[in-house]
Write a protein that binds this ligand. Structure first.
Ligand code: PEP
Ligand code: MG
Length: 883
């Protein structure tokens, strides 16, 4: 078996496509060698050796030693040096490299091969003893730290003490003779701490380092990271051993890191930092302040330290040229490491650079326009979820964060304002021109006005599909929900966490993208929907198969969604309209009415209001499909509960408070989400469906007159489990349609369909499809009913499930494709077996989740529907899943 792959000197055994075998680092070094770029020669021990190592009680294959010897000889031949030789010693770096870059692994050992003898040879050879001893002491520090497991602070202490005693500021000021003394102290320290002398034998050093790399694959940090990132431990790590080049050989040497484009803005200019007379770890360690690579960056930063461009113009020009070569070769922005040894440039690493969402977007669009990528490739390059960062204000990454508590990132974006504890206060404050954050244990439909008025919402209870989370996402307002360690005391007007107390009126900032709650005001960055955004979206739309609709019930949401590119409404939750303004009064009258006649009286008052709401929506959505869902929630949600509220409402309505209380308690259910709701209400009170249908049809006629175009009406019945339920409601909708047609003389076209949100509906989809013209998968309830997990209470234990690794993701956030997904698939197939080509969509929160959208594509849904601010994300995710 070939365990070892050489590279350098313009050729290599491997190439970039051997990433699985050579790790990212090794594969890209091989690739750069093949491209003829200046790469110090070296070799990579494959990931197969790592697997072998763990399969064979931490030992190596018999023929590995010989292959390493041969590879070392080849490196020696290229460099004119010999590993362990006391005249012309070869020094090495040893680095880990998995398929994907992985924090928690051993990083690097530099200057390996140095000992009390070779250090002198290196010094004489370079004509610089200071350099040689500096390298040796670095080696002892690094090797002891990462291979032998010594405490690196103690080395730093020795150094700091020496500098203090001799009045020196920088390591580079320490003279050669002084380093000799320090090195003796270092070695003594190792011997004292570890009970063994620092290894002098270069072979022992090399195998020690190789063993440390393989060993670091199984550290608990690495294992945790793999578990979180879903990386199988069978992948293993490779070890790359490379001839050293020295950035610390005096003033014509340097080392640095760079990105071929700006990783935070995406701007197409080289961006990076370097240090003169230094080795790699100095740049990251932040001991000395690095200098800018380009003049442009130096001028922008107003730095007085010369740029690489000024200092070493030839190296800079060559580096710039290599950057452009690598970008063209990999067709992506690269993150590079380089070293300059006595004026000669060497490349040490290249890989795709990490970037912000903004940069990802700009780079993808620019590269397509430069001809480096096709439009479709550019579409694939931007992670849909990352667009969230671009659609909302975000906290300035430079701002300091005084985090008091962390909850769920329920609705993205950041907001800042004074604490208020009730929706009425929020509304008053807004009217007075003050910005507030509504802080509640949980919100209910009665808080809609407060949520509208507030800049953001913070709750201590409730998950990702709690009322607060769903409504806030719909409004595009930041929300942190389920911040469990927050103690909210409405009575004293205080909120506390980790021993800190905040009062009503105190300023807080919530970050709905991370779930953090911060004390005080912080600087925000405003979203800029730049031209690039529109360009990329245009490309995405060209390849997308699924339509993207929105969940909206207010004109403001509908308009926002249209601006984001929604192609209709996939879910209008009519109950949300019941809470606005005086509507709630009529709704309560209806609930309190003693018989059908009384209910009809109250519904007559609601009719014009609902009609007006629908008319407004239909005008905005002219020519597009609009799915209106009939009343869904259990009626108790519309009634007050506390004594105080009961008294207020009774007085306002002029009814006896006892009657109100009685009605509220008779509507009480142990399990309201599985109770008298959805079509069950419409079966009990057909007049509700009738009123709603009338409002919908009359509004369609009215809006049609205004816009000259009818919407494509879809009326949807919630929580259907039996075909008979749908039949019953359908009959009353159809009767109403006929009536409105004959009254207005306008011929109405519409479809009647159902939500599939109960397992029975999915299983019986073939039967239900006889009566339903379309299905919309209500995956919020379907998740709740499939798992038997309450969507309002799940937050209290789902976090533990995730922490213990029982589930990877909250199933209310990302569709459980195995279980709930199977029901969606069954529902889709069985529905279409009855009604070929029947229109299928999804309107649960999952309609805005990229992974779930990919699943929807795979089962052939026609559209996804999500809250307005997720529409662009869904457009991009739908495009990617179609490619
Ligand atoms: C659902 O259950 O997925 C759904 C969209 O309806 P709601 O969230 O209003 O119950
Ligand atoms: Mg539902």
């Amino acid at each position: 078996t070939k365990w070892v792959y050489n590279f350098g000197n313009g050729s290599a055994d491997g190439a970039a496509d051997l990433r699985n075998l050579l790790g990212g680092k090794g594969a890209n070094l091989a690739e750069m060698s093949n491209l003829g770029l200046p790469v110090p020669p070296g070799f990579t021990i494959t990931t197969d050796v790592c697997t072998w190592f763990y399969d064979h009680k931490n030992s190596y294959p018999d023929d590995l030693n010989g292959q390493v010897e041969a590879a070392l000889a080849q490196v020696g031949a290229v460099t004119g040096r010999v590993f362990g030789d006391d005249k012309k010693p070869l020094l090495l770096s040893v680095r880990s490299g998995a398929r994907v870059s992985m924090p928690g692994m051993m990083d690097t050992v530099l200057n390996l091969g140095l000992n009390d003898v070779t250090v002198k040879a290196i010094g004489e050879d370079a004509g610089d003893m200071r350099f040689a001893y500096d390298s040796y002491r670095r080696f002892i520090q690094m090797y002891s730290d990462v291979v032998l497991g010594a405490d690196h602070h103690e080395f730093e202490e020795i150094l700091e003490q020496h500098k203090a005693e001799n009045d020196l500021a920088l390591d580079t000021e320490i003279a050669a003779e002084d380093w000799v003394g320090i090195i003796e102290q270092f070695k003594a320290l190792v011997e004292k701490d570890l009970g063994l002398p620092f290894p002098q034998d270069p072979q022992e050093q090399l195998w020690g380092a190789i063993g440390a790399v393989f060993g670091s694959w199984m550290t608990s940090r690495a294992k945790t990271y793999r578990r979180l990132q879903d990386i199988p431990s069978s992948w293993g790590t490779a070890v790359t051993v490379q001839a050293m080049v020295f950035g610390n050989m005096g003033e014509t040497s340097a080392t640095g890191v760079a990105f071929t484009r700006n990783p935070s803005t995406g701007e197409n200019t080289l961006y990076g930092e370097f240090l003169v007379n230094a080795q790699g770890e100095d740049v990251v360690a932040g001991i000395r302040t690095p200098q800018d690579i380009t003049e442009k960056a130096r001028l922008e930063a107003g730095s007085t330290k010369p740029s690489l461009e000024q200092l070493m113009p030839e190296c800079f020009a060559e580096f710039q040229d290599i950057c452009s070569k690598l970008e063209h070769h990999y067709r992506d922005m690269q993150d590079l490491e380089f070293t300059i040894e006595k004026g000669k440039l060497w490349m040490l690493q290249t890989r795709a650079g990490k970037r912000t969402a903004k940069a990802a977007l700009k780079i993808a669009v620019d590269m397509a326009e430069e001809g480096l990528l096709t439009e479709n490739e550019a579409v694939m390059r931007v992670e849909p979820g990352a667009l969230d960062q671009l659609l909302h204000p975000t906290i300035d990454p430079k701002a300091t964060r005084d985090v008091i508590v962390r909850g769920l990132p329920a609705s993205p974006g950041a907001a800042c304002g004074a604490i208020v504890f009730s929706s009425d206060e929020a509304e008053e404050a807004k009217a007075a021109g003050r910005k507030v954050i509504l802080v509640r244990v949980e919100t209910s439909p009665e808080d809609i006005h407060g949520m509208h008025a507030a800049e953001g919402i913070l709750t201590s209870r409730g998950g990702m599909t709690s009322h607060a989370a769903v409504v806030a996402r719909g409004m595009g307002k930041p929300c942190v929900s389920g911040a469990g360690s927050l103690r909210i005391d409405y009575r004293t007007g205080t909120v506390s966490a980790v021993g800190r107390i905040l009062n009503k009126g105190d300023i807080i900032t919530i970050d709905g993208s991370s779930g953090q709650v911060l004390v005080g005001e912080v600087t925000m960055l405003q979203p800029a929907l730049s031209g690039d955004f529109g360009t990329l979206m245009g490309w995405a739309d060209k390849v997308r198969r699924m339509k993207v609709r929105t969940n909206a019930e207010t004109p403001a949401d509908a308009r926002a969604a249209r601006e984001f590119g929604a192609e209709g409404i996939g879910l209008c939750r009519t109950e949300h309209m019941f809470f606005e303004g005086e509507r709630i009064v009529a709704v309560r009258e209806m609930i309190l009415a003693d018989g059908e006649e009384g209910r009809r009286g109250a519904l007559d008052k609601l009719l014009p209001m609902q009609r007006q709401d629908f008319t407004a929506l239909f005008e905005i959505m002219k020519g597009l499909p609009v799915t209106i869902r009939l009343l869904d929630p259990p009626l108790h949600e519309f009634l007050p509960h506390s004594d105080e509220e009961l008294a207020n409402v009774a007085e306002a309505m002029g009814v006896d408070v006892e009657k109100l209380r009685e009605r509220a308690s008779s509507l009480h259910e142990f399990n309201p989400m599985l109770g008298h709701r959805g079509c069950r209400l419409l079966v009990s009170y057909p007049e509700i469906a009738e009123m709603q249908a009338r409002a919908i049809f009359e509004a369609a006629v009215e809006a049609g007159k205004i816009t000259g175009e009818l919407v494509l009406l879809e009326i949807m019945v919630p929580l259907v489990g039996l075909k008979a339920e749908l039949d019953l409601v359908r009959a009353s909708i159809e009767k109403t349609a006929k009536a409105v047609q004959s009254e207005t003389g306008v011929e109405l076209t519409y479809q009647i369909g159902t939500m599939v949100e109960l397992p029975r509906a999915a299983l019986q989809a073939a039967e239900i499809a006889k009566s339903a013209e379309f299905f919309s998968f209500g995956t919020n309830d379907l998740t709740q009913t499939t798992f038997g997990i309450s969507r309002d209470d799940a937050a209290s234990f789902l976090g533990t499930y995730q922490a213990k690794g029982l589930i990877e993701q909250d199933p209310f956030v990302s569709l459980d494709q195995d279980g709930v997904g199977e029901l969606v698939k069954i529902g889709a197939e069985r529905g279409r077996s009855t009604r070929p080509g029947m229109k299928l969509g999804i309107c649960g929160e999952h309609g805005g989740d990229p992974a779930s959208i990919g699943f929807c594509e795979s089962v052939g849904l026609d559209y996804v529907s999500c809250s307005p601010f997720r529409v662009p994300i869904a457009r991009l995710a739908a495009a990617q899943s179609a490619l």
